[in-house]
Write a protein that binds this ligand. Structure first.
Ligand SMILES: [Mn+2]
Length: 323
């Protein structure tokens, strides 16, 4: 076992930070380590600094103690960067990294070249939380630390579904489950639970969507007035595109929705199942993402923009094959 956490021995002040726009793995890792330090090294003064945390991760105990500003010039004995693939991703926390006595980085992104004094990057690990759990003394992991770490693992594995999930992932998750955590509720709370409004808008979108390009694509456009009818913002549309993608027989799913407070500016989300490169389509409009999940924003006449997108997707579908 790598003993990178032995750095904690000499430290009196520790700052823990993750990447900008923190996701479940980032929040889970920061809070899991924060609990672990408080429980096992009570003489260490540990701070977590992160940008505002999404509501679905507020089931993690202690998130209200996360410092979300970078105003003061405090210096720390040890800076621990978690789930951040490069120094720029630390955003506002960067200045504390620069002034810390010693820095360590624990991550699982293959692109991480190791920007700290000591680095532990395991690209085959599903999540930073999986790496961290493996570094901890199992007996020293409390219930609250286990909740945080488990949430991180389920978020980065899509509840043990993505190909990054391994035997080791399940072993680590199993160790955390033995702490008596309410794993079913944690999965529902972070992944599946929707507000009434989210369910209503999901239903509306599923009713409105259509099959195009000989049934190879499913698409839905949500206009300003339709979103207003549900008083829905962009955050309420989370999960709509994922449900569209699960339609039998389609290769590409597309959701275009009026951006918050806008009538002629749209956010496009695209997903593909097996072969179409939706990142290439998004790139044509200045957007980005991955081959199977990408998006962009565009302003103008929606029929005209959609027409151009559909044409590019048709080219993808016509030229790419399953092989
Ligand atoms: Mn991660």
């Amino acid at each position: 076992m790598n003993n990178i956490l032995s750095c904690l021995e000499g430290a009196k002040t520790v700052m823990i930070a993750g990447h900008t726009r923190p996701d479940g793995d980032c929040v889970g890792a920061c809070m899991g380590l924060w609990h672990y330090i408080r429980d096992n090294y009570p003489y260490i003064q540990a701070d977590v600094r992160l940008e505002p945390v999404p509501d679905s991760y507020k089931v993690i105990k202690g998130v209200e103690q996360i410092i979300s500003d970078y105003e003061d010039d405090r210096t720390y004995d040890l800076f621990i960067a978690l789930d951040a693939s490069d120094k720029e991703r630390l955003a506002g926390a960067k200045k504390y990294f620069d002034t810390a006595e010693h820095t360590i980085c624990i991550d699982h992104h293959i692109s991480n070249s190791g920007f700290a004094d000591e680095n532990l990057v395991l690209p085959n690990a599903s999540s930073t939380c999986e790496v961290l759990t493996g570094l901890m003394d199992i007996d020293g992991i409390s219930y609250d630390a286990a909740v945080a770490l488990y949430i991180g693992i389920i978020c980065d594995t899509g509840v043990f579904k993505y190909s990054c999930t391994s035997h080791r992932t399940m072993d680590m998750a199993g160790c955390l489950m033995e702490k008596g955590i309410p794993y079913s509720d944690l999965i529902d709370d972070t992944f599946y639970r929707k507000s009434f409004k989210q369910n209503k808008i999901l239903g509306f979108a599923l009713d409105k969507c259509s099959l195009v390009l000989d049934g190879r694509m499913i698409m839905c456009i949500l206009e300003r007035k339709e979103l207003d009818q549900f008083e829905a913002g962009h955050g309420d549309l989370e999960g709509v595109i994922d449900q569209l993608r699960l339609t039998k027989g389609i290769e590409v799913a597309l959701l275009a929705s009026a951006a918050d407070g806008e009538t002629t500016k749209y956010k496009f989300s695209m997903r593909s199942n097996h072969y179409a490169d939706v990142a290439a389509v998004a790139a044509e409009f200045g957007g980005g993402g991955h081959i199977r999940a990408a998006g962009f924003s565009a302003a103008g006449d929606i029929k005209e923009i959609y027409g151009r997108v559909e044409k590019l997707i048709k080219e993808q579908l016509d030229t790419c094959t399953m092989e």
